[in-house]
Design a protein around this ligand. Structure first.
Ligand SMILES: [Ca+2]
Ligand SMILES: [Ca+2]
Length: 598
């Protein structure tokens, strides 16, 4: 049997050379609603109408907005049906010369994002190290042995956390950010999340929102990786992991202590790191210290009521981590092993700003708020915004939540300043987004993270100011992630369940156990053709079912061999929880300017 996506692509290509791409999850009644035609020839789409499922007219003929070429699309046309607000299931029929082209059926409704954020958590649970609920077994239980340290060779108990992607490396930089964002999503939208799993990730309610169970799992690992005020660890395992493509329960990697035994634990040292020929460019501790401080401080408030002892302990760790960051400015990058790839994070001010913002909210100490505002001025916009390219994870996190956190309790002047910083970043991206899909991000590796962050920052700005000038672009980024892209593919595995999503992601779990085991994973996403062609060890294992759409400057392949576009990623998945919770019916949506609360 043909994979669904292939069957659909072939069916469509037999009928037409133009394709109407929609958000497969659906459209919120009050949001901008746009479908995009990607045409593989020069024929013009002139108009369109919207029908309900029975073929009755729901929206009479409207003009299509011709928006030029984009990637593989010789022409793009925006079909704006924002005025259709009645809940229901619809399809679009567009007029293209003598031809009529029809979109997939899509939904309009206030609940189209209901449960979506919780769906992402299936992937997070599946990524768990330590006890893993998918395998019903413990994985990587021997972690780990310290390297690159005066304590080198000693054992430290750091089992837990999440595997970073389809490899099993683990980083504080991505894990602390993932933990922070899930806590933030719960704080802002507690009613968007359900309780159907317990603390260990097994089915069954435990009286705690599942997003908090997941954040708690991350926090426990972060606590182990920062065991006291002088040792701060940054990474578990290295790319010797890539020698094998095993399931985590029988990982064959051997770091010198035997197959499946201890993995190396790297501390922050403030100096370039790498045990072999490749080194990173680490200069300090602050990029990691700030992330620890922010996650611990926010967690100390979120867990204050149910567990005051935990909250006190986390509060103390937050202060300690922040002090270490102040004393050791600079970046603590991830350590390469045999290959030259690592997370080349070059900014630490954003991380310390977030640490300061959270400590200000936790302690009420104005010194932290002042330090946060000072750091914010040093990096007002995240530097990839407006750029053509960036190094791998060079500007991380992909957007700066700290401006929003400082805004929450800031003076009127601080509130204005933080909103203005966000606006600068949004403007820089929007200036590049004149194309039919209204996307202005650079298509570097992990472009879906950038898309998520752009939409999140646009949402936060709208929430802070009530200004809707970027809403079309915010919606376009969200629509892109769920199928309004040249390939017509939802970038979240299995979401929606009846949509076109990846069937063949780069993952040993998917290839051995079935793609459904990766439900909720956000893929890396399309990249510049030049990046795809220059990465090592990439080759497609099967014929490209999306070949007609891979003729432009960006490519996406639903193929296990393409780790540049089709690998799900832990930190991107966690980051998306905030935005999907904001869109859910339990989310409060934008609110007027005013003092924030915790
Ligand atoms: Ca639960
Ligand atoms: Ca950073």
């Amino acid at each position: 049997m043909l994979p669904l996506a292939l069957a659909l692509a072939q069916l469509a290509s037999a009928a037409s050379t133009a394709f109407i791409r929609v958000n497969q999850l659906g459209y919120l009644p009050d949001a901008p609603k746009v479908a995009v035609v990607c045409s593989l020839d020069a024929a013009v789409v002139s108009s369109f109408r919207v029908e309900d499922e029975r073929g009755r007219i729901a929206l009479r003929s409207r003009r299509a907005l011709s928006s030029g070429a984009f990637g593989p699309c010789i022409g793009t046309f925006r079909l704006d049906f924002s005025s259709l607000k009645s809940p229901g299931r619809y399809r679009i029929v567009a007029v293209r010369g003598d031809e009529r082209i029809t979109s997939p059926t899509f939904r309009v409704g206030a609940n189209v994002y209901a449960g979506a954020a919780d769906t992402l958590l299936y992937y997070m649970r599946q990524q768990r190290s330590g006890w893993n609920p998918l395998f019903k077994d413990s994985v990587h239980t021997h972690d780990g042995i310290i390297v690159d340290s005066p304590r080198a060779g000693q054992h430290i108990a750091v089992s837990g956390g999440w595997a970073d992607a389809s490899d099993y490396l683990q980083y504080v930089t991505t894990s602390a950010n993932a933990t922070f964002v899930m806590l933030m999503a719960y704080r802002d939208f507690p009613h968007a999340f359900a309780d159907a799993f317990d603390a260990r990730g097994s089915a069954g309610a435990n009286g705690v929102a599942d997003v908090l169970d997941e954040a708690r799992h991350g926090l426990a690992w972060l606590e182990r990786m920062f065991p006291n005020d002088s040792e701060m660890y940054n990474q578990l395992a290295d790319d010797r992991d890539h020698t094998f493509f095993d399931l985590p329960i029988n990982d064959s990697s051997d770091y010198g202590w035997g197959k499946g035994k201890e993995r190396p634990v790297y501390p922050c040292t403030g100096r370039p790191q790498g045990l072999f020929q490749n080194k990173n460019r680490s200069t300090g501790w602050a990029s990691t210290a700030g992330k620890y401080a922010a996650a611990f401080a926010l967690a100390s408030r979120v867990f204050a009521k149910p567990d005051s002892a935990l909250a006190d302990s986390l509060g103390g760790k937050a202060v300690a981590a922040y002090r270490i960051g102040r004393a050791n400015p600079g970046v603590c990058q991830t350590a390469p092993g045999r290959s030259p790839y690592f997370y080349e994070e070059d900014n630490w001010m954003d991380d310390m700003e977030l640490g300061a913002a959270e400590l200000a909210l936790s302690t009420g100490d104005a010194t932290y708020a002042a330090e946060g505002v000072e750091l914010a001025a040093k990096e007002p916009l995240t530097p990839w915004m407006g750029a053509d390219t960036a190094r791998h994870y060079q500007w991380y996190p992909w957007h700066n939540n700290a401006h929003y956190e400082l805004w929450r309790r800031g003076s009127p002047a601080v509130k204005r300043q933080m909103a203005e910083y966000y606006r600068r970043g949004l403007d820089a991206v929007v200036r590049r987004a004149g194309n039919g899909f209204r996307v202005g991000i650079p298509f570097i590796w992990c472009s879906n993270n950038l898309m998520t962050s752009f939409a999140t920052q646009a949402y936060l700005y709208r929430r802070m100011t009530g200004d809707t000038r970027y809403r079309e672009y915010e919606a376009a980024a969200l629509d892109w992630l769920f199928g309004a892209n040249p390939w017509g593919v939802s970038m979240v595995i299995g979401l929606p369940y009846d949509g076109v999503t990846a069937r063949d992601p780069h993952s040993a779990v998917a290839s051995r156990l079935g793609v459904d085991k990766l439900l909720g994973g956000l893929l890396d996403g399309p990249v510049y053709r030049s990046i795809y062609q220059n990465l090592r060890g990439i080759s497609l294992h099967d014929a490209d079912e999306y070949a007609p759409f891979n003729t432009g400057y960006i490519v996406y392949h639903d193929d296990i061999g393409d780790y540049s576009t089709n690998e799900p990623i832990m930190d991107g998945t966690a980051s998306l929880t905030y935005l999907l919770a904001a869109m859910a019916p339990g989310g409060r949506g934008p609110r007027a300017q005013g003092p924030g609360n915790d």
